[in-house]
Design a protein around this ligand. Structure first.
Ligand code: SF4
Ligand code: SF4
Length: 478
């Protein structure tokens, strides 16, 4: 009978230059391994049948025994080695009764003034045919937010569409009502929206600035790439109009840095070229990439080779990110920045995102959805602003999705960073949001391994990066 058994699902060993590291899967923490740690781990991991104290003593005789036992103790504490006691489940499925909402997403108009060829929205309509939310629905949505989680100091209202600026009168009404309302309650309210930029004017920009909106522009890169899919209703490319408005926005927006979100679809995989244009030619503070693999129209999804190209490009840009970060700079690369933040904070996620727990999205007619991407979809809804949250249904969805039993995620080394992936990806890919988004796990694991390497270099050579670029952003983003 052996006393100690290696738990491979809890450990991932990584080498960065000459340093050996242990990525502790349950807590997403990183530990440096010295020679003795490495030797003890090698020994235990090489023995499928486990080891006893006698085995350890035989392998590390004399003075080394005490040292090896101390290392074994550490590994036991981390659940990297088990001594026969039943392992406590790392994450029992989440039982939830209350929904600590911090964010409400308002779909202010299903209409959009553009007709991007890959758009995923099932309810998309041109602005004149769009269904607009009325103020009463928006107000009830905000009241629901406060009612569900009354004790917070700060809340977020996100305007979404279609193109949210195509219902600017409602956005103004919501802001004009919310600001004094939250102030009276002694609370803070933050606004944000994602826009295609085409409807921006100087007046609108200044108004958004005065209310400190967090802004993200949707733009896909230089003209040839952007115009492939981002088109007017008449089928013309929109690059010229979007680039002009984006420059106008960036020339006068002062309250917060403005980011850009790039949708990567079939044929759009040129990561460095896109980043360079959007960051250096247009001047966005941050560029974030969203690869599309599960859109409704298969022709727009990245195929396997393209997806591999995208991840290779993202890693190459990651090298550039590292170079700059080692010199104290920041190239404004959201995907890498987010990964650094997750690792730095030791985030260990039971769920991939806040959808359905800290955040709900409201249809134009008041129905409640997991998040903005489900608005207008066929997916079941979870109550409405009139009847309240369908608690049982939502709780059972969260419980089922957080239950990793018998899913590949249960032993995956990035399970507490990925947590099964985006519900909408699963819904779009498998017509089942409960199923983990399994379809590019290897690339995701490789991306996280790459990120761990970058993180380790920064911690060792430029730890100030985290204080200069992660902490301020946290404070800023609240
Ligand atoms: S979806 Fe894939 S990558 Fe994500 S945790 Fe599950 S197995 Fe791992
Ligand atoms: S479900 Fe997907 S799209 Fe929706 S908030 Fe979560 S990660 Fe984002």
């Amino acid at each position: 009978m052996k006393d100690f058994h290696y738990q491979p699902a809890n450990v991932h060993r990584v080498s960065v230059d000459d340093d050996a590291l242990l990525f502790h899967v349950p807590t997403t923490s990183l530990f440096a391994l010295d020679e003795m740690d490495g030797a003890v781990l090698d020994f235990i991991s090489g023995r499928e049948e486990g080891i006893s104290f006698d085995d350890l003593e035989a392998r590390f005789p004399g003075e080394a025994t005490t040292e090896a036992e101390a290392r074994l103790e550490n590994l036991l504490r981390l659940d990297v080695v088990n001594d026969g006691r039943p392992l406590k489940p790392e994450r029992p499925p989440i039982e939830i009764e209350n929904f600590p909402l911090t964010t409400i997403v308002l779909n202010v108009n299903t209409g959009c003034n553009l007709a991007c060829s890959y758009c995923y929205k099932e309810d998309l309509a041109i602005p004149s045919k769009g269904q607009k939310m009325i103020f009463d629905t928006a107000k009830r949505s905000v009241e629901l937010l406060l009612q569900e989680n009354p004790d917070r100091d700060s809340y977020n209202i996100v305007f979404f569409g279609g193109e949210p600026l195509s219902n600017l009168p409602l956005i103004r009404q919501v802001v004009d009502w919310s600001e004094p309302h939250f102030a009276e309650l002694g609370k803070e309210v933050n606004f944000s929206l994602t826009t295609n930029a085409t409807l921006l004017t100087e007046d609108i920009i200044d108004w958004l600035d005065a209310h400190r909106f967090g802004l993200t522009v949707s733009m896909d890169g230089p003209k040839a790439l952007h115009d492939l899919n981002r088109k007017t209703v008449g089928g013309k490319g929109t690059y010229d109009a979007v680039a002009k408005k984006a420059r106008l926005l960036l020339s006068r927006y002062r309250s917060k840095p403005v980011g850009v979100r790039v949708t990567l679809t079939a044929g759009v995989t040129q990561i460095h070229e896109i980043w360079d244009h959007l960051k250096n030619d247009i001047g966005f503070a941050e560029v974030g990439f969203s690869p599309v693999t599960s859109g409704d129209m298969d022709a727009f999804n990245l195929n396997g080779d393209e997806l591999a190209e995208v991840f290779a490009g993202m890693k190459a840009l990651g090298e550039r990110f590292l170079e700059e970060a080692l010199e104290g700079g920041n190239i404004g690369y959201s995907n890498m920045h987010q990964l650094m933040q997750d690792l730095w904070e030791g985030r260990s996620k039971a769920l991939p995102c806040g959808a359905g727990v800290g955040m709900l999205a409201v249809n134009h007619d008041g129905a409640l959805n997991l998040c903005h991407r489900f608005v207008g979809s066929e997916m079941e809804q979870f109550g409405s602003v009139d009847t309240g949250i369908a608690r049982e249904e939502l709780a059972s969805f969260i419980k089922a999705r957080s239950d990793r039993t018998e899913k590949g995620c249960a032993t995956c080394r990035i399970r507490n960073l990925c947590a099964g992936g985006c519900y909408h990806e699963s819904y779009a890919h498998f017509s089942d949001p409960l199923k983990p988004a399994y379809h590019y796990c290897d690339l995701m694991r490789d991306w996280v391994d790459f990120g761990i390497g970058i993180y380790a270099r920064l911690i060792r050579e430029a730890p100030e990066y985290f204080h200069n670029h992660i902490s301020p952003r946290r404070a800023f983003g609240k």
